[in-house]
Design a protein around this ligand. Sequence first.
Ligand code: FES
Length: 178
Amino acid sequence: MSASSGHTTDNPTMPRASHLSGDNRFKVLNATMKRYQYQADALIEVLHKAQELFGFLDPDLLIYIAHSLKLPPSRVYGVATFYHFFSLKPQGEHTCAVCLGTACYVRGAAALLSSIEDEIGVKSGETTPDGQLSLVTARCLGACGIAPVVVFDEMVAGHQTFETVLEHLKGWRTYGTR
Ligand code: FES
């Protein structure tokens, strides 16, 4: 797509491309950037909104944001790759985000993540081959008092164990489908 128009692309690897013409999500994204007066300081908020709208941040989208905020694409790409919350790959139907912030880490989040990876057969940052589940990690989610924290789609769950995580994954019918 053109970075300035946000409309078309012929790249078949871009799953959202066919929806770009008249895509209302760009209107929402533009409104968000406008609310922040296109200030470069709002980059993280804008990236959050973009990921919420599109599910992941593909290169076209990053360029579009860079252009809109008048930032070098390398800076936008750098921020998007620095924060674990952001995903540059397509997301699965559901997302399981394991917090690896300090409080969660000291309460065993790394071991929890590792067990989940073993169980579902994909690493953090990847999506199951059936496209059902993306496993990601996050920095502190601001819920340290209930560490370790896992976010199932939009739902923040505290005091998580391997068993409670598996229960959620089974509820999504993703677990055991591979
Ligand atoms: S470290 Fe996980 S919520 Fe703060």
